[in-house]
Write a protein that binds this ligand. Structure first.
Ligand code: CA
Length: 337
């Protein structure tokens, strides 16, 4: 009898936990960007095939008001713009997406990220896809949504999108309302409310409030919003009970850099998990930290392996999802639990 009671109690606990917490998710950070150049349609198709629950889009606006999928507001790290458009850099030496038309941007060869070291171009992640190989093009937000929705149709799946408004203040200063343009595209493709599989994210607190209070009501939309946060001074006010309560008034999710949950400088003997996840949960927010990488310097000392790192976050810290460049590994990890 005792064992029987224990089993019933265990089933009760399992069903309770299934009821209380939605399924843990994997967000493909810039697509399957550990394997193919970030934000290319190829990297997105691969992330889809790997079983990611959501696929991320970083969004920037062109000179002719098109919304394109690219991480930086500049083109230098991930394209051959300097070769193709000499003389088009700003005074800081960088080529800005916003200074180019979509037609011009479509001529660029997108590639694995590079940086300049001592005057030489160098691939940032040397073990990733060889920079400059094959042919990749920048995609518009619409093109990427059509890819994901098309695959959802042909593969009978329901993979979500996870768009980010990049540098909204920069865009507004340049006379462009990126958020309004992004909402318009999403509405055209049927993303309207919190039941739709979309999380709209930004690092700008003022933009989260503008989206919630002005832009979404005007567009008759009510999407899930995610407030991103880094370790910078501007976010410090959020990291306590009052701060999380204020963020939770506007956001449905909280996306901190992972060191805000477990300090990267810790070692195995002393792993301390911050109370941010609990505070976010207490205020009705899901928690999706970034960015989980299994390659060069991606695994902090306190974790024994990438799986161990994932275990700490999904099951010790209790996060609801993670952003990763290696969606296949996170999907496999979760499916083995
Ligand atoms: Ca992003």
């Amino acid at each position: 009898m005792k064992i029987c009671h224990k089993i019933i109690f265990a089933i009760f606990l399992v069903s309770l936990s299934m009821y209380s917490f939605p399924q843990k998710i994997v967000v493909a950070h810039r697509g399957a960007s550990g394997y193919l150049p970030e934000h290319t349609l190829q990297a997105k198709a691969m992330a889809f095939a790997m079983g990611a629950d959501y696929i991320e889009q970083d969004l920037v606006m062109t000179r002719d008001d098109q919304v394109v999928v690219i991480h930086d507001i500049t083109l230098d790290r991930t394209s051959d713009v300097a070769l193709q458009y000499p003389g088009r850099a700003r005074e800081d030496g960088r080529h800005y997406v916003i200074d180019f038309s979509l037609e011009e941007l479509k001529t660029l060869n997108m590639r694995e990220g590079e940086r300049t070291v001592d005057g030489e171009r160098q691939q940032i992640y040397p073990n990733r896809f060889p920079s400059g190989s094959s042919t990749f093009r920048i995609a518009t937000f619409s093109e990427e949504i059509e890819l994901i929705q098309g695959l959802n149709y042909s593969m009978n799946k329901s993979v979500g999108i996870y768009p980010e408004i990049k540098s909204p203040e920069f865009h507004l200063a340049e006379g462009k309302d990126l958020s309004a343009a992004v909402l318009k595209v999403m509405k055209e493709y049927g993303y309207n409310n919190k039941r739709d599989k979309v999380f709209l994210q930004t690092f700008s607190w003022s933009e989260i409030k503008r989206l919630r209070e002005i832009l979404m009501p005007e567009a008759e939309m009510d999407l899930n919003l995610v407030m991103l946060a880094g370790t910078e001074e501007e976010y410090q006010w959020m990291f306590n009970r009052e701060g999380m309560r204020e963020v939770g008034r506007y956001a449905d999710g909280f996306g901190p850099t992972k060191s805000l949950i477990i300090d990267t400088s810790l070692d195995k003997e002393r792993v301390i998990i911050s109370d941010l996840v609990k505070l976010a949960h207490d205020n009705g927010m899901q928690v999706h930290p970034y960015t989980f990488r299994s390659d060069t310097r991606g695994i902090p000392d306190y974790a024994e392996s990438f799986d161990d790192l994932l275990r700490y976050f999904y099951f010790e810290a209790g996060v609801d999802g993670i952003f990763t460049d290696f969606p296949d590994q996170a999907v496999k990890f979760l499916s083995n639990q």
